[in-house]
Ligand binder design. Sequence first.
Ligand SMILES: CC(C)(COP(=O)(O)OP(=O)(O)OC[C@H]1O[C@@H](n2cnc3c(N)ncnc32)[C@H](O)[C@@H]1OP(=O)(O)O)[C@@H](O)C(=O)NCCC(=O)NCCS
Length: 185
Amino acid sequence: MKDDEKGQAKGAETVLIPATRKDLGACVDILMDSILGEEYFTREIAEPILAEGIGKKEVVVAKAPSGEVLGFYRLAPDGVFLVFAYLHLLAVKTGHRGSGIGSRLLRDAERRILEMPEYPELKKSFLLVGKTNRRAKRFYEREGYTKVSTLDNLFSEGDTEYLMAKELGKNRAPRKRASGRSDSA
Ligand SMILES: CC(C)(COP(=O)(O)OP(=O)(O)OC[C@H]1O[C@@H](n2cnc3c(N)ncnc32)[C@H](O)[C@@H]1OP(=O)(O)O)[C@@H](O)C(=O)NCCC(=O)NCCS
């Protein structure tokens, strides 16, 4: 079996499911053992943020058959302009990166966005990536994201973040018909 096939097989056994309180510690560990932990978070800051996300059902984990958490994302459904979804966090466990888990998590988040019935009908996904996080930026570009803005000194003096976005299309949930109006009008 070629290396890339092994990677895909590894990813295929992994299931994506909403995180529970029991997954909190593993998510914090993954986050802290990444560039996000190095540059933006302390454990004390990360823990309540992730606990809140889990409570709101905004966190999805990638779980191996053994139950090991291999990665996660947090998606805030109205995190941008109170209407567009914001992918707040995405991280894959060290040693499991580069085998497709990140792509699966990202595509799962996009599927969820497309299924959100709320306004607006045209769905977009937004995220921030640090200027120095070149591999992650390349990863998002390959997944169809483009840089829409540069934000200087965002989280700290000297920090530069790129706001990236992807147009996902029209929502896939059935539209509610406004009362008294006809679709054929
Ligand atoms: C970015 C990240 C979520 C991608 O998940 P993944 O499972 O490694 O991604 P996939 O296997 O689906 O795709 C591999 C691609 O991810 C990107 N990538 C970014 N950091 C990587 C890393 N440390 N190791 C491997 N791939 C990485 C690369 O573009 C890689 O493609 P390449 O091999 O052509 O360079 C993951 O690498 C990660 O957790 N990085 C640290 C946290 C982070 O930067 N999160 C994004 C913050 S905005």
